[in-house]
Ligand binder design. Structure first.
Ligand code: ATR
Length: 273
C-alpha cells in the first residue's frame, strides 16, 4: 500500500481523505491516505518524516502552500509563478517534485462541472493572495476577454499585474475602481468566506447571467454569494468542485490514472442555503 497524506493547520475537517479513498476504490488503486495536523513551526519536519517513513506524496493545505514550494527541489512552472505548491511527490531520497493544481482544479470545475466556458468572458478575481496567484495562469489559458483583479489593498493587486506581466495582461485596482464595470464571472479568492465578512462591491458588478463562485467550501452561502443573489445572480457555486478537481489532478500525477470526478462531486455537493 502506497501512503499519501494531506498536511494543514487546522486539518480536522478536510475532505481530502474521503475524496482520495473514493478515487482509489473507483480505479482499483491500493493506497492509504490520511490527514496530518501539522504544527505551524513543524512543516519541513513533518514532510521529511513522512517521506522517511515511506510516504510517496503529500497534498498541502493552508497555511503551508508557500513552504511546500520552498521545500521542493523541482517545482513546476505554475508552482513557481504562483510561488506556492499544493502537491508534493517524492522521487527517491533526494528529489521533491512540487506542483500547484488549485488553478486547474478551479478552471475544470467552472467549465466541466458547472458548464460555464471562460473563453470570451469578462472575469474578475476578488483578492490578491495565494488563491488568486494560483488561479491566474490557468484562467488566462482559457482566453477570457478580460481578466481583472480587485483587492482591498490595491498595491497587492498591482504587484500581481507586474509579476504576471510576461504571461497575463491584468487589470488591477481597489474595489472603488470597479464602479461602472460588470463581469460575467466573479470569483471570490479572498478569505472572507471563512470570516463571514462582506466585500464592498458596487451595484451592477454582476452582468446578466453571471456566475458567482466562492473558492471556500462547506460554509454554505457566504456573504459574497449572498451579495450575488441579492444582485439577482442565479448561478452561485462554492469551491467543493474545485477541491475534487485539484484532488483528481494530484491522484493522476501520483498514480498515472485519471479518476472520474463526477460521482465524487455529486456525492460531496450540498445545496447552498
Ligand atoms: P490566500 O493565500 O488564501 O489568498 P492571503 O494571502 O492571506 O490568503 O490573502 C487573503 C486575501 O483576502 C487578501 O487579498 C486580503 O486582502 P488584503 O490583501 O487587502 O489583506 C483578502 N481579505 C481578507 N479579509 C478581507 C476583508 N475583510 N475584506 C476584503 N478583503 C479581505
Amino acid at each position: 500500500t502506497d501512503r499519501y497524506a494531506v498536511l494543514g493547520h487546522p486539518i480536522g475537517h478536510s475532505k481530502s481523505p474521503l475524496i482520495h479513498s473514493l478515487f482509489a476504490q473507483a480505479t482499483g488503486q491500493d493506497i492509504g491516505y490520511t490527514a496530518i495536523e501539522t504544527p505551524l513551526d513543524g512543516f519541513d519536519d513533518t514532510v521529511l518524516g513522512f517521506r522517511a517513513s515511506g510516504g510517496r506524496g503529500l497534498n498541502v493545505s493552508l497555511p503551508f502552500k508557500l513552504q511546500a514550494f520552498q521545500i521542493a527541489t523541482e517545482p513546476s512552472e505554475r508552482a513557481r509563478l504562483a510561488g506556492a505548491a499544493n502537491c508534493l511527490k517524492f522521487d527517491g531520497p533526494d528529489r521533491i517534485l512540487a506542483d500547484n493544481f488549485d488553478g486547474v482544479g478551479l478552471v475544470n470545475d467552472i467549465q466541466r462541472n458547472l458548464g460555464f466556458p471562460l473563453a470570451g468572458k469578462r472575469v474578475l478575481l476578488l483578492g490578491a493572495g495565494g488563491a488568486t496567484r494560483g488561479a491566474l495562469l490557468p484562467i488566462a489559458g482559457e482566453r477570457p476577454a478580460l481578466l481583472a483583479v480587485a483587492n482591498r489593498t490595491p498595491e497587492k493587486a498591482h504587484a500581481l499585474r507586474h509579476d504576471f506581466a510576461a504571461h497575463v495582461p491584468l487589470q488591477t485596482g481597489g474595489y472603488d475602481t470597479l464602479v461602472g464595470l460588470s463581469f460575467d464571472m466573479i470569483i471570490n479568492a479572498t478569505s472572507t468566506g471563512l470570516s463571514q465578512e462582506a466585500l464592498p462591491l458596487p451595484d451592477g458588478l454582476f452582468a446578466p447571467g453571471a456566475l458567482a463562485y466562492d473558492m471556500v467550501y462547506g460554509k454554505g452561502l457566504t456573504p459574497f454569494l449572498k451579495q450575488a443573489q441579492a444582485a439577482g445572480v442565479s448561478r452561485v457555486a462554492d469551491g467543493v468542485g474545485m477541491l475534487v478537481e485539484q484532488a483528481a489532478e494530484a491522484f493522476e500525477w501520483w498514480r498515472g490514472v485519471r479518476p472520474d470526478t463526477r460521482p465524487v462531486v455529486k456525492q460531496l455537493t450540498v445545496p447552498l442555503v
